[in-house]
Design a binder for this molecule. Sequence first.
Ligand code: ZN
Length: 299
Amino acid sequence: MPTRRPPLRYDVFVAPEKPFTAPPPRVGDPPAWDPTTATLIFGARDAVLVDSLMTVREATALADWVALHDRRLTMIYITHGHGDHHLGLSVLLARFPPARAVATAGTVALMRTLTAPDTLNPEALNNDRARFPGQIADTIALAEPLGADRFELEGRPLQVIETGHTDTVETTALYVPDLGLICSGDVAYNHCHMYVGPTTAAIRADWIAALDKLAALNPTAVVTGHKDPTQGNPPSVLAESRGYLDYYGQLRAAALPDRELFDAMVSRYPDWVSRQEFLLLGIPGPPPEHGQDALHPGP
Ligand SMILES: [Zn+2]
């Protein structure tokens, strides 16, 4: 007797690591952006895309991949306001005009802050364009506020989980109870060095609380915003990310010099990808004003 297919399924697209233009780092690999994911959740007819990648090439390849699934794309959900997860949005919206791009009000505000020329941080988008010359869309689309903590795909709930300050402010994850699936955005990483450089002890404590909040949902799969493409999507990434933050915090508390801290993290996680100075030590430059570090356009 044939088993009945679950009403929803999902598929993960991983954009490979990509080099970017920047001065040579003091430590680690040449500048390259960590591999980044987008997830398609789909039923018999309709689909929801989680995140829209960064460059035009990535977003175009993502759109082609979405089209291969032969579903009607109804929504694009953006997990958080960092450009590496949404600057490709205009490409996706042009390709799938019925789709609505949505996010929490906090994420929409950060998307706007980091991309609109009339806001507090007009240099953020310019920095992205300088890192990836000619590769960022001319038109940057914003999501609209969802105005609810859940929406539906073919009558099945998709639940927004607010996770607060993790690798930036106002982050979220998307939980799909029917699949036991969490799309964690950058709350968790999968065998990929984490964007801990700008964090303080207080931010790391909030971040760990967010990981615990996701773990309490007891997921069977977690798709992280950045991952080693050779890895699956096991829920163990939540505990691994927690352990990474704990260990990094211990090294910071011991006031290790930057180079030693970097070496200690890389030796503790020898098989993790993206040994990047900007991830572990922050983006070089003058120290940001208090509270501004969260607004740096990071991974
Ligand atoms: Zn990211």
